[in-house]
Design a protein around this ligand. Structure first.
Ligand code: FAD
Length: 418
């Protein structure tokens, strides 16, 4: 490959804190807020302008909260009590505002529109912070413990930890999606089967052969609204979520699907004639990319057998829900599981010290990822990482030296079923 040697340079250390959380998405926001509430100084670095990641850009359906305590329970209780969630759907825009409140109240120093570019290493090779690229230039955030909540395991990978990508057989990742809103729906309430039949007729009348790229499509209004329709149907396969150009192409293809969906409905049905095109999410819905090789991993046999382990942090109860990796495969594959443990070791990338991974990049396999990647479980991972960070700092140890049972006991105290 053609290369360029980047000149070495001194950069300012703009923050020195107990914990830096890379990625202020689903698991990252939980990790940052929980760590700050435990009395730690925290910086959360997020590349977008909004906390929540998939939770506030893509996902409007919530589940697997029933057996969760702590942050997850507080979150869902607030969403239900305030009407942000009309179970099981939530209003992503209002959820983002609520996350702002939680982050601010906890004292987390957030850095939005800032991207983690690399880990910092100390003289012993341990991770000791992150290098950030932002409008302030290139700067460093030094920290005693680093939590990688980038979804893709960016920090762990850049720190040299090993990982696998996608399906074991061919490395293919599940379809990437996009969410967007259609506004100004003034037609009657319509059932899902009627909606799908109407869409088929509209496509035939348009002669555009439009077909929803995902056969479990639902017509669903945004929680709390009557006139806004949430569209989560765009799906593309064959794009590499870790390749900038491929991901960029995916976004354009997904936006085209949004337009086709809108145009087919608006211009070829009476019911949707008043429809207007609303906002499109600025983040692609990436279901799968890196899974870090960690001290422990969650596997398909664990999920179907409902494996419990000593020191298990919490239980996942969500079914496996795999979206197609290639066109021509079934759009979705669903399989029930028995409640199984997420072990603490699945948060500890092998060969790297002072770093925890949380969210969909933890140690696991392709099939089981499609179960534990769910919002409530990502929150629980974030909270567990915060507890481990507090213990590591108090005891002057690395997170790896903290016994799993110690973290699990705190999770149980917070009401996480084990
Ligand atoms: C299309 C789709 C539909 C889904 N539907 C559901 C559903 O209905 N119900 C459900 O419970 N779950 C659903 N999920 C799963 C769930 O939403 C995600 O798996 C989960 O939110 C992932 O959380 P995370 O913290 O790992 O990643 P994310 O929420 O993606 O957070 C990662 C964050 O890190 C930021 N980031 C990435 N790299 C960097 C960097 N280098 N520097 C700084 N910031 C960075 C990103 O901007 C993002 O905010 C869905 C997922 C997808 C993709």
């Amino acid at each position: 490959m053609n290369t360029y040697r980047e000149p070495a340079r001194e950069i300012p250390v703009t923050h020195a804190v107990d914990v830096v959380v890379a990625g202020g998405g689903t698991a990252g926001t939980a990790a940052a807020v929980c760590a700050a509430r435990l009395g730690l100084s925290v910086v959360m670095v997020e590349q977008t302008a909004i906390p929540g990641g998939m939770l506030t850009h893509v996902t409007h359906w919530l589940s697997d909260f029933a057996n969760k305590g702590g942050f997850a329970r507080e979150f869902i209780t607030h969403l239900r009590d305030s009407g942000i969630c009309q179970w099981p759907y939530h209003n992503l825009f209002r959820t983002a505002l609520y996350l702002d409140e939680l982050v601010d109240a906890s004292g987390v120093r957030h850095l939005y529109l800032a991207r983690v570019a690399a880990p910092m290493r100390d003289g012993d090779g341990r991770v000791c912070g992150v290098i950030v690229e932002s409008k302030s230039g290139r700067h460093a955030v030094r920290a005693k413990v680093v939590i990688d909540a980038t979804g893709d395991g960016d920090v762990a990978a850049l720190a040299g930890a090993s990982f696998v990508v996608g399906r074991e057989s061919d490395g293919a990742c599940q379809a990437i999606s996009l969410s967007h809103l259609l506004t100004n729906y003034t037609g009657p309430a319509i059932s899902n089967p009627d909606f799908l039949a109407l869409l088929d007729r509209a496509a035939a009348s348009a002669g555009n052969h439009y077909r929803i790229p995902y056969d479990r499509a639902r017509i669903q209004t945004l929680a709390g609204t009557r006139q806004c329709i949430w569209n989560g149907t765009p799906h593309v396969c064959g794009h590499d979520p870790l390749d900038a150009a491929s991901l960029s192409d995916a976004m354009v293809a997904l936006r085209r699907q949004c337009r086709e969906f809108h145009d087919t409905l608006k211009f070829h049905t009476e019911e949707f004639a008043d429809l207007e095109f609303g906002p499109i999410a600025g983040l692609p819905g990436v279901r799968e990319s890196r899974r870090m090789l960690c001290d422990e991993a969650v596997s398909y046999p664990d999920a179907v057998a409902g494996r419990r382990r000593p020191g298990g942090l919490f239980l996942v109860t969500q079914a496996i829900d795999i979206h197609k990796c290639h066109e021509g495969e079934p759009d979705i594959y669903v399989e029930k599981i028995k409640p199984y443990h997420i072990p603490y070791g699945a948060l500890l990338p092998r060969g790297v010290e002072n770093l925890l991974v949380v969210g969909r990049c933890i140690g696991g396999d392709h099939q089981t990822l499609a179960s534990y990647r769910i919002i409530a479980d990502c929150f629980a991972m974030g909270e567990a990482a915060a507890i481990a960070a507090r213990a590591a700092i108090d005891e002057n140890r690395t997170p790896r030296q903290i016994p799993a049972e110690q973290v699990a006991a705190k999770m149980a105290e917070l009401g996480y079923e084990q």
